[in-house]
Ligand binder design. Structure first.
Ligand SMILES: [Zn+2]
Length: 199
C-alpha cells in the first residue's frame, strides 16, 4: 500500500475508523478481548460500523452526491470504505457498494470476498445486490429500507433468491432513522436550492 493514499478513491484501513493495535496506553484499541490469546473477537457491535458508513455517506453529501456510504469489514476491521460518486465520475454504476466491492480484490487478493461483511446506509439496488452475490459477500447490514428499488428483501430479494450460487445474509434497518434523516436532509437542501434558483 502506498504510504500516502490521500489521492486514492478508497483510502484503506489506517485512518480514524481503523485500529491501532498497539497504542501502548493499555486502552482497548482493537477487536481483541482481554484474554490476550491473539484470537479476534467481535467486540464492536454493528452500530459502530454503521456509524462509519454514515460518515462515508456524509462525504457524499458534502460533495453534492446522494448520501449513501458503505464500509467493508473483515475479522472486525474496516478494510475499505466508499461512498456514492455517480455525479463526480458521471457513472451510473458508481454506487457506494459497487465501488467498495471493486476495491476489495486489491486489498484481500481474491475476487472471492468470503467472510467480508458490508455495512451500507441504504438498502442495495439490484445491481449492487447482484455484485454482493457474485463476489460472495457474507453479510450485508443496511440502514434505510428502499421499498421501491431495494433488492435485499424490500422490492426484490436478489440477496436471498433461491437458486443463486450464493446467498448473502441480510440485516435490515439498522440505525434506519439516522440513515433516513441524512437522506431526507440532502433532498430537502436540493429542493430548497432549486427553489432559490427559480426565484
Ligand atoms: Zn446500487
Amino acid at each position: 500500500m502506498p504510504s500516502d493514499d490521500s489521492d486514492l478513491l478508497f483510502p484503506a484501513a489506517s485512518d480514524p475508523d481503523g485500529f491501532v493495535f498497539d497504542s501502548g496506553n493499555g486502552l482497548f484499541d482493537g477487536p481483541f478481548d482481554d484474554e490476550d490469546d491473539g484470537e479476534l473477537k467481535p467486540l464492536l457491535g454493528d452500530d459502530y460500523y454503521m456509524r462509519a458508513a454514515l460518515r462515508c455517506a456524509q462525504q457524499a453529501a458534502d460533495a453534492g452526491e446522494v448520501p449513501v456510504g458503505a464500509v467493508a469489514v473483515k475479522d472486525g476491521l474496516i478494510i475499505a470504505r466508499s461512498w456514492n460518486q455517480v455525479e463526480l465520475l458521471k457513472d451510473a454504476t458508481a454506487h457506494a457498494e459497487l465501488m467498495l466491492i471493486a476495491s476489495l480484490p486489491q486489498i484481500v487478493g481474491d475476487w472471492r470476498l468470503d467472510g467480508i461483511d458490508i455495512y451500507v446506509t441504504k438498502e442495495p439496488c439490484a445491481m449492487c445486490a447482484g455484485a454482493m452475490v457474485n463476489s460472495r459477500i457474507r453479510r450485508v447490514v443496511f440502514g434505510m429500507r428502499d421499498p421501491r428499488c431495494g433488492a435485499a428483501g424490500s422490492a426484490l430479494d436478489v440477496t436471498g433468491f433461491p437458486g443463486m450460487l450464493h446467498n448473502v445474509e441480510v440485516t435490515a434497518g439498522l440505525m434506519e432513522e439516522e440513515c433516513k434523516e441524512m437522506f431526507q436532509a440532502f433532498f430537502r437542501t436540493v429542493r430548497a436550492n432549486a427553489r432559490k434558483k427559480k426565484s
